[in-house]
Design a protein. Structure first.
Length: 268
């Protein structure tokens, strides 16, 4: 299916690897010009090279020219980082917000500063990015905003209180905004990953294995045994869902929280 977005421009945050990278890759495969942001330059450069290759292939196949893959080496949770992106790329058609998630733990140990950091990273930064980019999208009559949040929005994990709280705040805010922007062709939706095989997931399992004093493979197997799909999600599966929501055919999908968890959440 042609998603009808070749030539459009996207900013994908947290995109040197993992779920953000997969979103950038799926958009590149649709002929979208992408700006990828992350904090580690060498990883960004590697991602840029791989995406440029994919873009070249797309261009050859479609008798078109490669539209560009740009990098922004910034921390998107800082005002300075966001301003740097905005000043280099003042207008985009597609915004994918994403950054690392807060640490797990016991809420009794969290300070006010821990809470403010989590709110900054997983609630206020996406809102600031949306604020920076939504009005030009509204003026042009086309925009797609996707926030990568977490399955914990629907099914909170007790140890991930900082994430549960901050992401719930973002979800509530965009639910209202999506109803205001859609009449001007701008949709806002959230992707809620369950367990996707990324570096972050591997780090979480390593932490869990060390904390419980059990082998890493056992932690993985225990999790898979309880999972209805008996496998973890692959990043490209989320990337493809992201690209679809960014496409011209998705203009009537708005204000949704799309769970990608292989059916783990026991609800209909
Ligand atoms: N994987 C899962 O199963 C899963 C499940 C639920 C929720 N999530 C959420 O989905 C998001 C992405 O997870 P992932 O698994 O793709 O993680 P990942 O593999 O660790 O990738 C994270 C990406 O974001 C970048 N990043 C992190 N913090 C950033 C910041 N402040 N500014 C700019 N870039 C930043 C990282 O690069 P740098 O470190 O170089 O900046 C990297 O490119 C996280 O918020 C995570 O909590 C993931």
């Amino acid at each position: 299916m042609d998603l009808g977005i070749s030539g459009k421009k996207a900013l994908v945050c947290g995109a040197s690897q993992g779920l953000g990278y997969a979103c950038a890759q799926s958009l590149v495969n649709e002929g979208v010009e992408v700006v990828i942001a992350a904090r580690t330059l060498v990883n960004l450069q590697q991602a840029q090279l791989a995406l440029e290759q994919a873009q070249l292939q797309w261009a050859q196949k479609n008798h078109s020219k490669a539209v560009g893959v740009h990098i922004q080496c910034v921390d998107v949770t800082t005002q300075q980082g966001r301003e740097q992106i905005k000043s280099t790329h003042p207008e985009i058609d597609i915004l994918v917000t994403n950054a690392g998630g807060p640490a797990s733990g016991d809420f009794r140990d969290w300070t006010r500063s821990d809470w403010l950091d989590a709110l900054e990273a997983n609630m206020l930064s996406p809102i600031e990015l949306i604020k920076a980019y939504i009005d030009p999208m509204i003026s042009k009559g086309y925009g797609r905003i996707i926030n990568i949040t977490s399955s914990a929005v629907k099914s909170p994990l007790p140890a991930l209180g900082l994430s549960n709280g901050a992401r719930a705040g973002l979800t509530g805010f965009v639910a209202g905004l999506a109803r205001q922007s859609v009449a001007n062709g701008v949709t806002i939706n959230n992707l809620l990953p369950g367990t996707f095989e990324t570096d972050r997931l591997r780090a979480n399992f390593t932490h869990q294995a060390n904390a419980q004093g059990v082998p890493y493979d056992r932690v993985i197997q225990d999790r898979l045994d309880k999972h209805p799909a008996k496998r973890f999600g692959q990043a490209h599966e989320l990337g493809q869902a992201c690209a679809f929501l960014c496409g011209v055919h998705s203009g009537y999908i708005n204000g949704q929280n799309l769970l990608l968890d292989g059916g783990s959440f026991l609800g209909s």
